[in-house]
Design a protein. Structure first.
Length: 59
């Protein structure tokens, strides 16, 4: 189960990196805000992951 969780985390981080790379490679008009947006997204994802981990450990 732990390996599965690690694999999921690994896959999601790869996906995030790919999306971020695509975003930076073909920047939309609001490129100045991309870094801020991506940072806030990463923070939100981290919070969500920690919430998920907490809820799964309680069960």
């Amino acid at each position: 189960m732990l390996m599965f969780r690690k694999c999921l985390d690994y896959m999601s981080s790869i996906l995030q990196n790919i999306l971020l790379a695509k975003f930076l490679w073909n920047p939309p008009p609001f490129q100045k805000n991309i870094f801020k947006i991506s940072q806030s997204n990463l923070l939100a994802i981290k919070k969500f992951k920690s919430m998920n981990l907490n809820s799964t450990t309680i069960k």
